[in-house]
Design a protein around this ligand. Structure first.
Ligand SMILES: *Cc1c(COP(=O)(O)O)cnc(C)c1O
Length: 384
């Protein structure tokens, strides 16, 4: 079955009793052992019928063996890190979601895990970061917020030789555009709060593991930690996912047009979108089915940023992404505020950088909103 079909039919034909097309929400936390034994459900932290359907769906969509639904993207990443132990070291993308950076550096480092942040596009840097106790690599591709494309296939091949576990955060691309497990990754994580949910109304995280043995270990950690997704949120997420294919096509179409518009704008210094970067485009043309709906851009003058943000009328100045509504984020003070300024400057997440999540609105409204907000900001700061 093709991805679009799988997505549209998430949860259908699963409920055998009544024939319900939309899979029911099972709120019960406890399950009776009527004939003395378990029905497969005992207690809702361990398994819940609604969550099960979601977990099975995401496993199929990512081409993995088993899926796990968690209470947020961070809960999903934390659960995966529960596979490791004191003394283990990780190689991590230097351009990374700020919350993941915070979890690694400010929480998990206290439990004896250590992390080296490198530009994963550079094989020499990656090689140099390898230590005898390195156990895994954590990858975002394209990275957040600089949209750097990592050669997932090459990194996974190298990691396999070193015996490392490759964990890929596929939030930006979703399985509609990219399936890291098929490129060699061992585990995929998602902030399903973003594109998979798609409507800015459900906080959720997902994990998919490639092999049964690895999946069993994740199941054990998930049940032990207990950061599982509730039944109603599981249902909301499945409802959102049904339209993922349509939404991703429109997100990408708008993103490409907005990136082209911004690249031509007199007040914009540089635009970061995978198809505008020849090296990144080449990798995605071979390893993915699209470039996604996320754009970052640098304006020429940091002093114009506060004015620009205030002048936006259609696009919302907000700290998230991936929903039907276009959202604009200022990484320096929002998503990446926990990354020290020196590291932000070094990686390019400077105070002139803005991140745009292209929604599914009409392109003309988005273009004219960006244009008027930029031009107003220029007038307000005395630019000609
Ligand atoms: C938002 C996000 C996360 C964290 O997910 P939550 O659902 O907010 O906990 C992780 N990775 C990426 C790439 C994200 O955008």
């Amino acid at each position: 079955m093709r991805l679009e079909t799988r997505l549209a039919q998430i949860g259908t034909k699963k409920e055998t009793g009544t024939g319900a097309v939309s899979f029911p929400v099972y709120f019960s936390t406890a399950y009776e052992h009527r004939s003395g034994g378990s029905t497969g459900y005992d207690y809702a932290r361990t398994a819940n019928p609604t969550r099960d359907v979601l977990e099975e769906s995401i496993a199929r969509l990512e081409g993995g063996d088993e899926g796990f639904a968690c209470s947020s993207g961070m809960a999903a990443i934390h659960t995966v890190m529960g596979l490791f132990k004191k003394g283990d070291h990780f190689i991590v993308s230097i351009d990374l979601y700020g919350g993941t950076y915070r979890l690694f550096q400010k929480v998990l480092s206290h439990y004896g895990l250590s992390f080296t942040f490198v530009d994963l596009r550079n094989p020499e840097e990656v090689e140099k970061a390898l230590q005898p106790n390195t156990r895994g690599i954590f990858i975002e591709s394209p990275t957040n917020p600089l949209m750097r494309v990592i050669d997932l296939k090459a990194i996974c091949q190298w990691a396999k030789k070193q015996g490392l576990c490759v964990i890929a955060d596929n939030t930006f691309m979703t399985p509609y555009f990219q399936q890291p497990l098929l490129l060699g990754a061992d585990i995929v994580v998602h902030s399903a709060t973003k594109y998979l949910g798609g409507h800015n109304d459900v906080l959720a995280g997902l994990i998919v593991a490639k092999e049964k043995e690895l999946a069993e270990r994740i199941r054990f950690v998930q049940n032990s930690i207990g950061a599982t997704l509730g039944p109603l949120d599981s249902w909301l997420l499945m409802r959102g996912m049904k339209t993922l294919a349509l939404r991703m096509q429109k997100h990408q179409q708008n993103a490409q047009l907005l990136a082209d518009f911004l690249a031509r704008h007199r007040l914009v210094d540089k635009v970061f979108y995978p198809s505008l970067d020849p090296a990144g485009k080449k990798i995605l043309d071979e390893q993915a089915r699209g470039y996604g709906g996320m754009i970052s851009f640098r304006v020429k003058d940091a002093g114009q940023v506060p004015h620009f943000l205030k002048n936006l009328k259609v696009i919302a100045f907000t700290e998230s992404l991936g929903g039907v509504e276009s959202l604009l984020t200022y990484p320096a003070t929002q998503t990446h505020a926990d990354v020290p300024a020196a590291i932000r400057e070094k990686t390019g997440v400077c105070d002139r950088l803005l991140r745009l999540s292209a929604g599914i609105e009409h392109i003309d409204d988005l273009v004219s909103d960006l244009d008027q907000a930029l031009e107003q900001a220029a007038i307000q700061t005395g630019w000609k």
